[in-house]
Design a protein around this ligand. Structure first.
Ligand code: ATP
Length: 243
């Protein structure tokens, strides 16, 4: 397997506040890799660093065999590392189609926009029905489809998803996770952060449990799903598992 993303001894945070202490993990081509962990563990901070939105304090990240360009999100998108942020970040008064086309406006993706749009609509047929609708009038699940579709329009090698199921009903979450598997089957590697631990471990190939800014546990998703420490922390009464 080809290594697509490699993170070694990463330290990062906000100003003097260090969140990620010594984080190392990797993602190979063709995988779905999940990062799970409790609130405030540092999952989003890790994704922000990988997406070039905040600088690292030390450690290394390499993507597709090349050193990470640092806090330069545009360079990362051009290299094929595309992030879908938590909360979707759509413009409510833009139509579905315009939003998708903006996602494909990067230099590498621009010439293939018509083809990419067809692919996104075949993955999310609901979005074709709603192509002229304003994003602000869509349901939460449809908005998440637009956010992922916009990411796919940039032709990612690695698609990074931050809590895609946040705020969605269980049936919608199920469909969304099936679509994430289809995206992987179409050749796009996926790294995602999720609160729905039980559900994400069903579709992920491997997972890392993050606590206090470091990796606490890692392994094949199906092994972690039966690991007593994961079961106690995430599947039990009072755990964050919602479906
Ligand atoms: P959650 O599931 O709640 O989103 P998380 O694992 O994604 O949790 P992070 O969002 O990475 O956690 O937050 C890790 C720590 O960094 C928390 O203590 C949080 O308060 C802090 N933090 C997050 N964003 C900022 C910011 N912009 N400025 C300062 N501190 C921040």
């Amino acid at each position: 397997m080809t290594r697509l993303l490699e993170v070694n001894n990463l330290r990062a945070g906000y100003g003097l506040f260090t969140v990620l202490r010594d984080m190392s993990f990797h993602v190979d081509e063709g995988e779905i890799v999940a990062l799970v962990g409790s609130n405030g563990a540092g999952k989003t901070t890790c994704l922000r660093c990988i997406a070039g939105l905040i600088p690292s304090k030390s450690g290394t990240i390499s993507f597709a065999g090349l050193p990470h360009p640092g806090a330069r999100p545009h360079a990362l998108v051009e290299a094929g590392l595309v992030s879908v942020p938590e909360g979707r970040q759509l413009f409510p008064s833009m139509t579905v189609e315009d939003t998708l086309l903006v996602g494909g406006a990067t230099p590498r993706a621009r010439d293939k926009r018509t083809e990419s749009l067809k692919r996104v609509y075949s993955l999310f047929p609901k979005l074709m029905e709603r192509e002229h609708q304003l994003c602000g009038t869509l349901s939460g699940g449809e908005q998440q489809m637009v956010a992922i579709g916009r990411g796919l329009m940039a032709l990612p090698k690695l698609l990074v998803l931050d809590e895609p199921s946040l705020g969605l009903a269980p049936t919608i979450v199920k469909q969304l996770f099936q679509t994430i598997e289809q995206i992987r089957d179409h050749g796009v590697t996926v790294l995602l952060v999720e609160q729905n631990v039980r559900t994400v471990l069903r579709i992920a190939d491997r997972a890392y449990v993050i606590e206090n800014g470091g990796i606490e546990l890692s392994g094949r998703a199906q092994d972690l799903a039966s690991d007593q420490r994961v079961v106690d922390a995430y599947f039990g009464v009072g755990s964050k598992e919602s479906i």
